[in-house]
Design a protein around this ligand. Structure first.
Ligand SMILES: NC(=O)c1ccc[n+]([C@@H]2O[C@H](COP(=O)([O-])OP(=O)(O)OC[C@H]3O[C@@H](n4cnc5c(N)ncnc54)[C@H](OP(=O)(O)O)[C@@H]3O)[C@@H](O)[C@H]2O)c1
Length: 332
């Protein structure tokens, strides 16, 4: 697995990380033992950048990572780069959320995350969503205090606009920006990717497989009742049918290279930008290994151009989130 660096501290990380969200919530039932085995295998094959958030399973995801870290002792803790997030506040069983960015909340949330993870310091701590009523300077100021207190190593922002990133960077270096970025979600190409490069921030691409849609393996009618994707506009009705045609075209291109759709989608990200680190989510070792193999794939300029064109925003049908999911998402 090739490596990239995380933020201004240039912490070495695998160029493909692991999204842990589905191990707790959103994508149907999961099994802790299976998830722990997947985390173990990830480290074995060099994937050391694990992505969590306090809201995933309302603490379950961080506790699971904490259990994994504890099992491996100090050596494992040193090996893993743990990223987690604060700011989305939900009630059990509810998708709807409110956003809390107040300095007092930042401090309390950080203590709770440290506890659940069982670590002294969080390697990368993100503000998960913005509440525009709280000046970003106040939120990042509180995050900066956590760095000075030794509780957080580097800080990040998720789903922010370029303007917010620039304002925040005047208070404290922003090591990473995490936003949805994949073949079918291209907003960061407007300005954000460039701003990250200028500021020395790593761009962490979440949902790089389009929540599995791009892999061609999911259908709305086979998803579990509590699977969040059932409500996602791109997975519904005519949008699903139209988007599936794009995925079929991706499949033809991938087949021609003897690689999977997932590998082509990840290689597209890695080949386009040296500062992008995708964090595909999986609970399955087979998928994990397939995704890791994308690190060795070089796409030609022609292939990149064909993929760019195929998935232009105007060719994709439906919004990337239901309305409730857009709360706190900033746009350029
Ligand atoms: N900052 C934010 O607001 C935010 C929002 C969403 C997600 N995230 C982070 O980003 C991570 C990744 O995003 P995501 O999980 O939403 O979406 P994703 O990585 O695009 O897709 C994950 C889905 O794809 C499936 N999958 C993975 N590899 C596959 C392969 N090779 N072939 C076929 N299917 C495959 C997974 O199945 P299995 O699980 O069954 O293996 C899962 O259903 C999350 O885990 C989370 O840490 C952050």
């Amino acid at each position: 697995m090739k490596q990239r660096v995380l933020g201004q501290a240039a912490v070495p990380i695998a160029e493909i990380g692991l999204g842990c969200m589905g191990m707790s919530e959103f994508y149907g039932p999961s099994d802790d033992q299976q998830s722990l085995a997947t985390l173990t295998r990830a480290l074995d094959i060099g994937i050391n950048f694990f992505d969590s958030a306090d809201t995933y399973g309302l603490g379950h995801n961080e506790s699971l990572l904490g259990q994994f870290l504890k099992q491996g002792g100090t050596a494992r803790r040193r090996e893993v780069v743990v990223a987690t997030k604060f700011g989305i506040v939900r009630k059990a069983g509810q998708y709807e959320r409110r956003i809390d960015n107040s300095p007092a909340y930042v401090r309390t949330a950080c203590e709770a995350s440290l506890q659940r993870l069982g670590v002294d310091e969080i390697d990368l701590y993100y503000c998960h969503r913005r509440n525009p009523d709280v000046p970003i300077e106040d939120t990042v100021g509180a995050m900066s205090d956590l760095v000075h207190a030794g509780k957080v190593r580097q800080i990040g922002l998720s789903e922010v606009s370029t303007a917010t990133l620039q304002r925040a960077s005047l208070v404290h270096p922003i090591a990473a920006v995490q936003s949805e970025y994949s073949l079918w979600s291209r907003e960061p190409e407007n300005n954000l990717l460039e701003a990250c490069a200028e500021l020395g921030a790593t761009f962490v691409a979440y949902s790089p497989l389009g929540r599995a849609f791009l892999t061609g393996t999911v259908r709305n009618n086979t998803l579990a009742e509590n699977d969040f994707r059932k409500l996602n506009p791109r997975f519904q009705g005519e949008a699903e049918v139209a988007n599936r045609a794009l995925v079929e075209a991706l499949h033809q291109l991938a087949q021609a290279r003897d690689i999977t759709n997932a590998q082509m989608a990840l290689a597209w990200l890695l080949n386009k930008h040296p500062h992008v680190v995708p964090i595909p989510g999986t609970r399955q070792i087979t998928y994990l290994e397939q995704n890791a193999a994308a690190s060795a794939i070089t796409l030609t300029a022609t292939e990149l151009a064909i993929l760019d064109e195929l998935f232009l925003p105007e060719h994709v049908t439906g919004l990337r989130y239901p309305e409730a999911g857009m709360v706190g998402v900033e746009r350029d």
